[in-house]
Design a protein around this ligand. Structure first.
Ligand code: AMP
Length: 141
């Protein structure tokens, strides 16, 4: 089966166009990083390329080459900000693999020894908590 076409009514495209808010962490010409509204652990953030692709399967390799260094940058900052023991990077392709938003994104999740993750797309976090956690990550960038 081929990858379906990109559709620009997805929620991350709306964030990129400024149509809905996001708790932003980092932005450059090619990428944006912001807090995940349903964090699986404190500090859970997302990194997205600005150029449109549905997921990894239809992404331009040049886009990936620009995005991964930003994933690394945010992973280091999130690890420092939360004193984490490790960082989990996740990326889902198509509904069968758990993808729910169809604009390529990388999850960056600080991990602590012995602490389980909350479920994927579980409960919404209070925006004040997201803002406080974002402040810690920005300070570590
Ligand atoms: P997935 O497509 O399965 O990799 O997951 C999409 C992720 O986007 C989930 O972790 C959601 O919590 C998150 N999410 C959905 N809507 C928003 C939003 N408006 N702002 C930030 N994160 C979101």
């Amino acid at each position: 089966m081929t990858t379906p076409a990109y559709e620009d009514d997805n929620i991350f495209a709306k964030i990129l166009r400024g149509e809905i808010p996001a708790v932003k962490l980092y932005e450059d010409d090619d990428t944006l990083a912001f807090m995940d509204v349903m964090p699986q652990a404190p500090g859970h953030l997302l990194v997205i390329p600005k150029s449109p692709s549905r997921n990894l399967l239809d992404a331009d390799p040049d886009t990936l080459a620009k995005t991964i260094p930003v994933v690394q940058k945010l992973a280091k900052a999130a690890k420092t900000a939360f004193g984490a023991d490790g960082v989990f990077i996740a990326q889902f392709n198509e509904p069968a693999a758990g993808q729910t938003v169809f604009h390529l994104h990388f999850h960056v999740i600080p991990r602590h020894d012995g602490q389980d993750l909350k479920p994927h797309t579980g409960g919404m976090e209070d925006v004040k908590v997201l803002q406080a956690n974002a402040e810690k990550i920005r300070a570590a960038l």
